[in-house]
Design a protein around this ligand. Structure first.
Ligand SMILES: [Zn+2]
Length: 281
């Protein structure tokens, strides 16, 4: 067994509250393009990125026009509804079923963790499969609204069933605040976890990027307490941060992560699950 894979498996088995942070590296394995990679959507089309900065403002200014743009234009990401989860998503489901993984915090917007069957998923940047009311925070499945029908009948924008405000896609645009429920729950998870499995993200986009740094800060504080004799229970609040990425990231170089397992998430995560099962036999 590869020594780092085994180390990760042992750390997971020791943990009381493990969580996963996932990003674009999970999705590219399902054939979904990323935004800023060499073949990223915005790398190839910088004008599209400039337009994307206006989307939230457009919604606030004129929700009807926002929806006409959304429904009339071609999605930058292509059709994500047909994308399928890959072995990396399935491995995280298995870790949850084993009672080890408590939640998945994701930057991805493709809904693939949900589709794979993960039970507790916090979609930090929203989901293309959902709609959301910015006024009261209620989310709806996209299929609950006949958006094309509303456009044909000139009844855009769609309105919230609870508070009648115009609703938007659930995906969080530039300059749009992270929905307060997800922001709150993610922070709580980052504080609570004693193991953070970072999968396919360099976590450089704030405020998501603060989550591994919060976990790291807790680890530093725990060490300081232990050294000064203030910590009564050994390893009371130490957090292990494991990174799975194709290449080293700022998390690696800044010493945020304890160790990096270099490779594709769709290959490494199933191997970790296999090792967990072998070790717990
Ligand atoms: Zn509402």
């Amino acid at each position: 067994m590869d020594s780092l894979i085994e180390r990760a498996a042992r750390d997971l088995l020791k943990s009381n509250h493990a969580i996963a942070l996932t990003g674009a590296g999970m999705s590219t394995e399902s054939g979904i393009p990323d935004f800023r990679g060499p073949n990223g959507i915005w790398t190839k089309d910088p004008e599209a990125e400039k337009r994307a900065y206006q989307t939230y403002h457009n919604f606030l200014r004129n929700p009807k026009e926002y929806w006409e743009d959304v429904l009339g234009g071609r999605s930058m990401l292509g059709d994500l509804t047909g994308a399928r989860p890959n072995p990396g998503h399935e491995a995280l489901v298995e870790l949850e079923k084993l009672g080890i993984l408590k939640s998945v915090l994701t930057q991805t917007i493709d809904g693939l963790h949900d589709k794979a069957g993960s039970q507790r998923v916090l979609e930090y940047h929203g989901s293309v499969l959902k709609l959301r009311c910015p006024s009261c925070g209620t989310r709806y499945e996209r299929s609950e609204y006949d958006l094309q029908g509303l456009m044909l009948e000139d009844k855009l924008p769609p309105r919230c069933n609870k508070c009648s405000s115009p609703i938007k896609g659930d995906v969080v645009h530039f300059n749009e605040p992270i929905p307060s429920d997800v922001a709150h729950d993610s922070l709580e998870e980052a504080w609570k976890c004693d193991l953070m499995l970072i999968c396919g993200t360099s976590a450089v986009v704030y405020p998501f990027a603060q989550l591994p740094r919060i976990a790291r800060q807790r680890q530093v504080e725990a060490q300081q307490k232990a050294e000064s004799g203030l910590l009564f229970v050994k390893n009371e609040s130490a957090t292990t941060i494991i990174e799975i990425n194709a290449d080293p990231t700022p998390l690696t170089t800044e010493g945020i992560s304890d160790y990096l397992i270099q490779g594709r998430t769709a290959e490494i995560l199933p191997r970790i699950v296999e090792a967990v099962k072998k070790l717990s036999q």
